[in-house]
Design a protein around this ligand. Structure first.
Ligand SMILES: Cc1cc2nc3c(=O)[nH]c(=O)nc-3n(C[C@H](O)[C@H](O)[C@H](O)COP(=O)(O)OP(=O)(O)OC[C@H]3O[C@@H](n4cnc5c(N)ncnc54)[C@H](O)[C@@H]3O)c2cc1C
Length: 394
């Protein structure tokens, strides 16, 4: 059994990298996060912000739905500062939606998601802006979270346990020792343009939609499919609750209140390159139409903006919406004989803590370090503390 604390490099400071930094630092690792931009400058800073109850996936992707409800309950406890506890409705707009209701009701129950069928009258009293033609409504424990606060709260907690965040360092390769084991990364300081090497016992690739590209630097394959979606924000908050269309996951099926705005999302298509994804006007138009179906007054409310980012979905033979929203850890020693490197990708913002826990368990097992995860037990540090804690070493 190892007695001196091990060290870890985490590439990427999205939700996954920040949650993992906290988990490993809390287990006693010396943690260095290496991120090519600012915190949450990848997909995490441009997410929709729905703390999923899991109901969206209960029929088509039960594994992801169960992960979501379990983590929804934990994040409500540890990340109160980031969450608006507003709840969510699933509403039927036509006969096809009504036809989905029995499978939905069964699905939420199978996945352990609390659900209440409520009368149309009650739903409209609670949410007067809703389409008055809705045919039925179910209430579930959805919520809205603030993406930046969530990433910063995990990062602040990591820093309190000694983790160092090296932002604006672009990882361009891996370092190897005499046995070919990965013992760190080479990066470029994006401020100075100078190369820098970071050394550690283990490196975790937590680069989301870029995980495949970064894994290639080590000559290994990660079947991640960058799967973007557009979000359209409106200048008025039109509902208190999250409004979901009662149907299988589809384009424009979630309308989320975010502070004083309403945000409709999203689409789903695949790209090769996650770095620059244009916002397509036809998708914005489609979102606008779908939003107005749920809340008719949105037809005439000014759009505040449209933005796009890519989900890191695990690829297989399937594509698009049929790809699971669950996550996967890859031990590249078992899979490809490359020691010292682990990749974690896939998943959801809602499940980032669980992704971190599974990855940290694997890292501890590989290094013979016996510490258990405690991240579900304690509230996260105040997110403001991210900027007040110790500065990066590099
Ligand atoms: C349109 C859309 C809507 C979504 N809505 C929701 C939602 O409502 N609720 C929910 O739970 N989930 C949602 N998700 C999913 C969620 O946003 C993602 O699963 C999550 O943000 C992924 O986090 P991550 O840390 O794995 O990846 P990222 O946030 O992308 O982090 C990866 C980081 O790696 C960095 N990086 C990449 N390459 C390098 C390199 N060479 N060197 C150094 N750093 C590098 C990037 O800059 C980035 O910061 C949504 C996703 C999309 C696309």
């Amino acid at each position: 059994m190892k007695t001196t604390p091990p060290s870890a490099i985490i590439i990427g400071a999205g939700f996954t990298g920040c949650a993992l930094a906290y988990d490993l630092a809390q287990r006693g690792f010396a943690v260095m996060v290496v991120e090519r931009g600012e915190l949450a400058s990848g997909t995490s800073g441009r997410t929709h912000g729905l703390l999923h109850s899991g109901a969206r996936y209960c029929v088509t992707d039960a594994e992801a739905a169960i992960e979501c409800i379990q983590e929804n309950i934990i994040l409500r406890r540890i990340a109160k500062q980031c969450i608006e506890y507003n709840g969510g409705y699933f509403v039927a707009l036509d006969d096809a939606d009504l036809g989905y209701a029995p499978a939905f009701f069964q699905g939420v129950q199978n996945c352990g998601i609390p659900v209440d069928e409520i009368s149309v009258k009650r739903a409209l009293e609670a949410e007067p802006a809703l389409n008055p033609k809705i045919l039925t409504a179910f209430q579930v424990p959805d919520a809205a979270f603030d993406p930046l606060r969530l990433a910063m709260a995990f990062a602040a907690s990591a820093r309190q346990h000694g983790a160092k965040f090296n932002t604006f360092f672009d990882v361009v390769g891996f370092l190897r020792d005499g046995q070919g084991k990965i013992c760190g990364v080479s990066a470029i300081n994006r401020h100075s343009g100078k190369p820098v090497d970071f050394h550690a016992d283990i490196t975790v690739n937590a680069t989301g939609a870029w995980a495949g590209k970064v894994a290639e630097f080590a000559g290994v394959t990660v079947p991640v499919r960058p799967t973007p979606g557009v979000m359209v924000a409106y200048e008025k908050r039109v509902t208190t609750r999250v409004i979901n269309r009662l149907c299988e996951p589809d384009d424009g099926d979630i309308l989320l209140p975010q502070r004083r705005m309403a945000v409709i999302g999203t689409t789903s298509f695949e790209v090769e390159e996650a770095d620059y994804i244009p916002v397509y006007p036809d998708q914005v138009k489609q979102m606008h139409q779908r939003a107005a179906l749920l809340v008719p007054e949105l037809e005439n409310i000014k759009m505040r903006g449209a933005y796009m980012s890519a989900r890191p979905l695990i690829g297989g033979m399937m594509s698009g919406r049929s790809l699971s929203r669950t996550f996967k850890c890859y031990d590249h020693q078992t899979d490809e004989g490359i020691n010292g490197l682990v990749t974690v990708t896939g998943g959801k913002a809602t499940t980032c803590r669980a992704m971190a826990e599974k990855t940290a368990d694997l890292v501890c097992q590989k290094l013979g370090w016996q510490r258990v995860c405690e991240t579900a037990q304690y509230p996260l540090a105040d997110y403001h503390l991210y900027y007040q804690a110790n500065e990066a070493a590099a």
